[in-house]
Write a protein that binds this ligand. Structure first.
Ligand SMILES: [Zn+2]
Ligand SMILES: [Zn+2]
Length: 254
């Protein structure tokens, strides 16, 4: 599997794109930068989209993707997410006031995006991929995902505070190749991280003890203001398993 970090951050500024990971050019996890970070040709090749939770840094470009590709794709973008996310998008974003409802355009029978339910611990199969969502400790019924293709599985937690269940489930995957998780705030902002259900370097260190052993860990979702402090604090952990995303638009092959 080729995992492309289209945007690996938890904020938006020059040089920092919101969260979107693209697998093999066609399976998208979160839509924070799919329109701003991919060429128009690459956007048309996206087939299935999984949205982890309704925060703006994970859904913002879901507005612009169907607008860019309107009338050009032939089939809808298939969007898999919880009812909570679907309802939030339809009520607060694509409500025909803030933005058009592309799940009804150009018609309800042949829309530009089409929603499907994603429920915790109910596997779905999307083409070559088995996707297993697991609830994590964050707002908006957030889920992490374990995505498996052929002999490789990869875990994506996206936004979460300290969590348990997804690490238990991960231990049953003997073919797990990588863990993608988050570190949003520096240690001095532990109270903010706790209140907003995110991780700091010191809380990442506690999470590692719950993860399956030896698997490489990739961390993103840095808040742009704290990049240098977080880099230093992760470095001080001295954990060779950890790779911090250096920049957007990088990729890893598993
Ligand atoms: Zn986020
Ligand atoms: Zn969030």
């Amino acid at each position: 599997m080729l995992v492309r970090i289209v945007g690996g951050n938890g904020g938006l500024a020059p040089g920092f794109r919101n969260t979107s990971y693209l697998i093999d050019g066609k399976l998208l996890i979160d839509a924070g930068s799919v329109a701003s970070g991919l060429s128009l040709e690459e956007q048309l090749l996206v087939e299935n989209i999984i949205i982890s939770h309704p925060h703006l840094d994970h859904i913002s470009d879901l507005a612009f993707l169907p607008d860019n590709c309107f009338g050009l794709k032939g089939v809808p973008f298939e969007v898999y997410t919880s009812k909570t996310v679907r309802n939030a998008i339809k009520k607060h974003l694509m409500n025909d006031l803030i933005w058009p409802d592309f799940s009804k355009l150009p018609s309800e029978e042949n829309p530009t995006i089409r929603f499907h339910d994603l429920k915790p611990e109910q596997m779905i199969v999307l083409g070559d991929y088995k996707v297993f969502p697991v609830r994590v400790n964050h707002f908006g019924d957030a889920v992490g995902l374990i995505i498996e293709r052929d002999d490789a599985a990869i875990l994506f937690t996206q936004d979460t505070g300290p969590t348990e269940r997804i690490w238990e489930v991960a231990k049953s995957y003997k073919n797990l190749k990588a863990i993608f998780s988050e570190v949003s705030f520096p240690n001095k902002m532990q109270n903010v991280a706790d209140a907003s259900l995110h991780l700091t370097p010191q809380s990442v260190f506690k999470e590692i003890a719950k993860m399956p052993p030896t698997i490489p860990i990739f961390l993103g979702h840095i808040k742009p203001n704290y990049k240098s402090t977080i880099y230093q604090e992760i470095d001080e952990l001295g954990c060779e398993r950890i790779t911090l995303f250096c920049s957007d638009d990088t990729h890893f092959v598993f």
